[in-house]
Design a protein around this ligand. Sequence first.
Ligand code: PAF
Length: 281
Amino acid sequence: MRIPPIIRTKADLRAVVKSWKQEGETVGVVPTMGALHQGHLSLARAAEQACDRVIVTIFVNPKQFNNPEDLENYPRTEEDDARKLAHHRVDAIYCPNPEEIYPDGFCTNVSLSGLTEVLCGAHRPGHFDGVATVVTKLFTQTLADQAFFGEKDFQQLQVVKRLVQDLDLPIEVVGCPTIREEDGLAMSSRNLLLSDRARIKAPALIQALEDMAEGLRNGGTAQELGAEAEKKILTAGFTEVEYLELRACDDLSLQDTPVRESRLLVAAWLAGVRLIDNISV
Ligand code: PAF
């Protein structure tokens, strides 16, 4: 077991990546905000299988939090994270000092329209600008060939794919399946914020999605089934359903029936914690 080296500056990172590239090695990056769980570790495994070298980045990106309290409460567990990565073939952990990402005078914003205006984007103003800006920097700093993202953040995955396409960034974005707890709850760093009582109620979210997906496959519409599913989520103890929508996978346009390849996506609040999930239909 060996804790991978932690790199904090882009100059040090570039030097290491340059030496790998000189040997003709490919580089995979797994961008994270830390508080690593099995979902992140599955992305590291996918990167290990596809690439010669793997970098996991850990940076709690202030620009993607629209709520200061949410940023403050976000779990920060760097030492633990490094220990977890020791069980993997990870070559470097990039934990950039904040000024490596946002130096004094930083005034660039990477912003996408359309895809970012719905779902989480409609409820978290500026969130996807923050994600797109930091991801662009992580891609250009790591010079990775492939980047691995979880389908749990399905909208984020589509946004990053579009960003790479639009800006001709020389990197391939790979989407990996959501990893779930035994009771179905999608793994998320935010699950750590749930009290024991709230944790017991949390799987109601995926159960409602699965029931609704079955109804859609049997010919129901999102409008009818959505109202029923929302009621189930609230009855289970959630305080608010922000959205529960059927969307086309590629452009995230709203659908009432899954005639195109579609995804059912939800965001809901449980005991002060915002949970998101999605499944394909
Ligand atoms: O999914 C996340 O953890 C973050 O949004 C990401 C992609 C690391 C950017 O900060």
